[in-house]
Design a binder for this molecule. Sequence first.
Ligand code: PLP
Length: 425
Amino acid sequence: MPTDTKNSSQPAGRPSSELNVDLIKADFPILEEKVNGHRLVYLDSAASSQKPQEVVHALSQYYRHMHSNIHRGLHTLAERATVAYEKSRQHVADFIGGVEPEEVIFNSGTTEAINLVARTWGEANINEGDEIVVTEMEHHANFVPWFMLAQRKKAVIRKLPITVCGHLDLSEIDSIIGPRTKLVAITHMSNVLGTINPIQEIAALAKKHGALVLGDGAQAAPHLPINVRDLGVDFYAFSAHKMMGPTGLGLLYGRRELLEAMPPYKFGGEMISKVSFDEVTFAELPHKFEAGTPNIADVVTFDAALTYLERVGMNNARQHEIDLTGYTIEKLNSLNGLEIQGPQEVEQRGGAISFTDPTIHPHDISTFLDSRGIAIRAGHHCAQPLMRAMGKVATARASLYIYNDRSDVDALVEALVEMRKYFGL
Ligand code: PLP
């Protein structure tokens, strides 16, 4: 591929067992921004991650040197774009444990990936009285599509509850997952509590009853090494924008035989084999599920995001997150009355850390922190059933990634102390 020498990006994370966060920070141009007169402290990566220079560069390279529509064209640019698009698919397949590229479907995000399964596999396989098991900690993206399907089909939603510590309560699991279960749809890592769920164990039980398992990997795929076969899931959905990649791009892994048996989701160009006024037949995988002109530029760019993450090393990223999450929890616990939601054990959780202050509303916390250049998230985090179970209307959430270090956490904690003084507490 031609390179743009004027704007070539620097290599990022180093292939070592320890992350050099100073070097990593330098890869992210946005971290040089001043926000409200302060250095930007970005602690909202669970909502969306920032992008390293080489990902920004890859997007511009695509438009400068290879943009064209894919798969149909016979000219050089069409060939270049097609090769880059399919190379990215292969990269995703390798990244999630070496599945077949045909088992990777590009779409617009975790939300669309889950809707795809609900609208295709779900419509074809869920019938009256069937049970769909979800957890109490699901993001709406992995709850509402199943709720709507259950309503259409007169099926039943069963829930795996949470404990007060923010783990899944598996004590009654044998009476929740059983012969009527058709699907278990479970988040791999909670976007509110940070909890990493024992998806492998749950999948093994689901399999015993002939049920399928869908993993919502929106929070796990950016932070953990993923092998979908080892996890035992049949479907796994995640979003590029939370893992250094562009917005508007989602990934669905599905086992080949399931995807082959499923009807298409959208109809139009690209997804057909033959069309006449009498008959329409559909293309092979993965094209059957990618109707119309796809999000070519972002798919091609995502290749660079995965390369970046691999160079850092997902095990290194995970170790860094464990260390920094431990540090953050310890610092937040030192603030009197501040309550952390979710597990305290760092090995069992990721770096999305929700907390509440006894007297200051999460929205006020977020607004105050923003005035100090610190970006966090406040609200129900698209998990209203979980909020209800926790007896909260909202939480503040700081979420960590590989470009965060202790100085970011210290800035957060200092600002929280200042905030309490500001509110006269
Ligand atoms: N699932 C979880 C656990 C999430 O955290 C999110 C987004 O925050 C989603 C699903 C939805 O992802 P997207 O908005 O990229 O489709």
